[in-house]
Design a protein around this ligand. Structure first.
Ligand code: KIV
Ligand code: ZN
Length: 514
């Protein structure tokens, strides 16, 4: 059976970034984009160029560094957004403007406060405007799954005539069910007279846990592009997960009439990178990329797998990159090997000094930790970038005393705008004592919205990777810190979050209408 090609459109850097606290710096976006390119993702949505100067710079930087994938920027269906997207994509090898407007009665009436005819007119004008700047234009009908079919058919026909090559009908609020959402595409494709001139696309949110199922149902009904994110990151409950979609299509090639161009061996390393950068841990039982996804616990299963792997395994862990990043480097590894491994992870150094610094850090870590894994290298680079940002607070050292039956006490030294500070406090546990010590001096007025610790790699000598999410007056930031001592990692993460909050550079962007 000859198969159609399914286009994989990754929106980790745009919709994924819209998860509260998941904002990424320009350099982090470039690093993730390079991994996506290596994975052979067809389209990388790098951001929403008009949302902020930081978003613009990030889209531009991704457009300039990615060569093999198409790079897209989101834009509302208005001139300033479209022009900004066009400008950010100017140097892209292959760029796409992705413009959208809401088409459901509820969104048009209450959010846009526009009559449907005006929405149609604006959509057509936006697509024409975008086509003047870029050959590749995608149009999305926001809240499409709750839109009136007859209105959708008209608007889709009109935007295809205006030059849209891809028509995306999102399930924006995650309300759809597989049968209904799939059937909607079948009817759209049958009813729109020029539907053969465009590729139809899904964009599913996971509010009911149906994002992947809905996307696949759409594929069975003629859709040939799926929008998705690494680890299913995204607004609220997230988007359809790239790894689940790709592996469903690969594993059930007997059933799905499509193939993708993805090289799945990069899935796990990319998942780790996204998790490290955003500070969003991957749940252990998450399909494909969770730590337990391939771990057989029950004796019956283990016995079966040993006798004949396929008894309980439908995929091979190594095919999605589980073993690709096992033991990497150690204390005796040389500079060239370390640099080569960084490059394989999509990390390049602009100056010899930057490489020297990373290598010195690597040696320091190798002294404390016997084996260095890919995740350690990724964290190390994030730490270096973090320290190079203009910081108000810098961690210097920590002393903690804990004794059963006594309250733990932490003494923390850090600098504030270059001045040495020593802070002390008791707490209900050592981490609480360290945070209270910081607050006794800083008095930030923030709320601790999330605290999570992950072992970056296996074993007791592993580094602890801590995420601290702080919120203040509607701004949310995720600070991250890594150390073989988890109390120190926690204090570093807390200070990192305070720095982010003060600089405003990475506070979760407030975006109008998306
Ligand atoms: O969920 C949604 O509708 C979107 C569109 C802007 C594509 O993210
Ligand atoms: Zn979305």
């Amino acid at each position: 059976m000859s198969k159609d090609r399914l286009i994989i459109f990754d929106t980790t850097l745009r919709d994924g970034e819209q998860s509260p606290g998941a904002s990424m710096t320009r350099d982090e976006k470039v690093r993730i984009a390079r991994m996506l390119e290596k994975m052979r993702v067809d389209v990388i949505e790098a951001g929403f160029a008009i949302a902020s100067p930081g978003d613009f710079e990030a889209v531009k930087a991704v457009a300039e560094s990615v060569k093999d994938s198409t790079v897209a920027s989101l834009a509302r269906a208005v001139r300033p957004d479209i022009e900004r997207a066009g400008e950010a994509l100017r140097n892209a090898n292959s760029g796409r403007i992705h413009t959208f407007i809401a088409t459901s009665p509820i969104h048009m009436k209450y959010k846009l406060q526009m009559e449907p005819e005006k929405v149609l007119e604006q959509a057509v004008a936006a697509v024409k405007m975008a086509r003047n700047l870029c050959d590749d234009v995608e149009f999305s009908l926001e809240d499409g799954s709750r839109s009136e079919p007859e209105f959708m058919y008209r608007i889709i026909e009109a935007v295809i005539n205006a030059g849209a090559r891809t028509i995306n009908i999102p399930d924006t609020v995650g309300y759809g069910t597989p049968e209904e959402y799939g059937g909607m595409f079948r009817r759209v494709i049958e009813s729109v007279p020029n539907s053969d001139k465009a590729i139809f696309s899904t964009h599913c949110h996971n509010d009911l846990g149906l994002a992947v199922a809905n996307s696949l149902a759409a594929v069975m009904n003629g859709v040939r592009q799926v929008e998705c994110t690494i680890n299913g990151l995204g607004e609220r409950a997230g988007n359809a997960s790239l790894e689940e979609l790709v592996m469903a299509v690969n594993t059930r090639h007997d059933f799905y009439p499509v193939t993708t161009g993805i090289d799945p061996v990069h899935i796990v390393p990319t998942s780790r990178l996204v998790s490290t950068v955003t500070g969003f841990p991957v749940q252990p039982n998450k399909a494909i990329v969770g730590a337990n996804a391939f771990a057989h616990e029950s004796g019956i299963h283990q016995d079966g797998v040993l006798k004949h792997r396929e008894t309980y395994e439908i995929m091979k862990a190594e095919d999605v990159g589980w073993n690709a990043n096992k033991l990497v480097l150690g204390k005796h590894s040389g500079r060239a090997a370390v640099r080569a491994r960084f490059e394989e992870l999509g990390i390049t150094f602009e100056t010899p000094e930057a490489l020297n610094e990373a290598f010195a850090r690597f040696k320091d870590l190798a002294d404390k930790k016997h084996e260095i894994f890919d995740e350690d290298l990724q964290t190390l680079v994030s730490d270096v970038e973090q320290e190079h940002r203009e910081e108000i607070y810098t961690f210097k050292g920590l002393e903690v005393s804990c004794k059963t039956g006594q309250k733990p006490r932490a003494t923390l030294s850090f600098t504030r705008r270059g001045e040495a500070v020593v802070a002390e406090s008791e707490g209900s546990g050592p981490v609480d004592a360290a945070f209270k010590a910081i607050e006794s001096v800083v008095d930030s007025g923030t709320e601790l919205a999330l605290y999570s610790v992950n072992a970056i790699t296996a074993g007791t000598e592993a580094q602890g990777d801590v995420t601290v999410r702080l919120s203040r007056n509607g701004s949310i930031v995720n600070g991250v810190g890594a150390d073989t001592d988890i109390i120190a990692a926690s204090a570093k993460a807390y200070l990192d979050a305070l720095n982010l909050l003060e600089s405003g550079s990475r506070a979760h962007p407030q975006r109008d209408g998306v």
